[in-house]
Design a binder for this molecule. Structure first.
Ligand code: FMN
Length: 291
């Protein structure tokens, strides 16, 4: 195990470790105006949603590690208290990256990166027309986290209007997680495209799971199941009773065959297959069934 005291490595190296480990991070594509009304557009992956009532988004333009200077977005936020946070999807990831180029003050990154400026309803900064979701925000507070290179500045934004492209909505007018096609940032040059590797994890809140500690040792220590499998087995409300197991075996020829084979391996392999297909109760019943 490599153990690191953050004070003993360079800020640049520390930033590398932090950004590669705390990943993937969503990207706030922040549109602001300077005091002369010039548009500015830059991406920030130190970003997330922190409250829904009130709706609060926070992102953090850091002081540059290189020379401890601050970014135009921070200056504009301090001067105007308004920002539009645009969400980045796969279709605009290359242009978004281009816009992060450190152009001089006053250069319009909408133009440099080829985006369309869409007027907002409530705040003055423009929206990115090509972005699937655009949040118009008033800035409630800015908290500086330090005065050295690398120090973040939390820009606390209250959402006052949300615009969502119709094309990413489902039949209930909610955002379709596959259609939005969001991208996020990891360390170095790495990005991740969420819908290329989407999978669901059933929330434990609807049911009170029995917990991994309640799984019998002969299952836990069998060597057939990994942590995800045990998590699924522990997320059931109650272990199937004898009657349920008997019915399951009776009605299922394949299971009968597995049980009659006398082969421990066949039984556990089949249970693992049930788990892979999210048929968790079937896995339980098979594991607990006697020959
Ligand atoms: C995907 C991505 C995420 C970024 N995230 C951050 C961030 O969270 N904080 C930061 O200070 N800079 C971040 N940057 C770098 C800024 O976008 C870059 O410094 C930009 O030029 C700042 O522009 P400005 O001076 O116009 O505000 C990121 C760049 C990219 C491409």
């Amino acid at each position: 195990m490599l153990s690191i005291d953050p004070k003993e490595i360079s800020p640049a190296k520390l930033q590398g470790y932090l950004q590669s480990a705390v990943a993937p991070r969503p990207i706030a594509f922040a549109s602001t105006l300077d005091l002369n009304g010039n548009p500015n557009l830059s991406p920030f992956s130190f970003f997330n949603v922190f409250s829904s009532n009130p709706p609060i988004l926070i992102f953090s333009p850091a002081r540059r590690v290189r020379d401890n200077t601050i970014k135009h977005t921070l200056i504009n936020a301090q001067n105007t208290n308004e920002v539009v946070i645009n969400i980045v999807n796969y279709d605009i990831v290359q242009q978004m990256s281009l816009s992060s180029t450190e152009y001089p003050d006053g250069v319009n990154e909408f133009e440099k990166a080829g985006f369309t400026m869409l007027p907002s309803d409530i705040v003055k900064p423009f929206r990115v027309a090509e972005s699937p979701v655009q949040f118009e925000c008033k800035i409630n507070d800015i908290i500086a986290l330090g005065d050295q290179g690398g120090a973040g500045n939390l820009i606390i934004c209250e959402v006052v209007k949300i615009h969502i492209h119709e094309s990413i909505l489902d039949e209930n007018q909610m955002i379709d997680q596959r259609k939005i096609d969001v991208v996020s940032r990891l360390g170095g040059n790495w990005y991740s495209r969420a819908n290329a590797g989407l999978f669901e994890v059933e929330k434990p809140l609807t049911t009170l799971g029995i917990g991994v500690d309640s799984i019998p040792n002969f299952i836990k220590e069998s060597g057939y199941f990994n942590g995800n499998d045990l998590g699924k087995l522990g997320n059931i409300e109650a272990i199937p009773n004898e009657e349920e197991i008997t019915i399951f075996v009776k009605e299922n020829f394949e299971v009968k065959a597995v049980l009659s084979s006398d082969d421990f391996d066949t039984k556990f392999t089949k249970a693992k297959e049930y788990l892979d297909n999210n048929q968790v109760l079937n896995a339980w019943k098979l594991l607990l069934a006697e020959k």
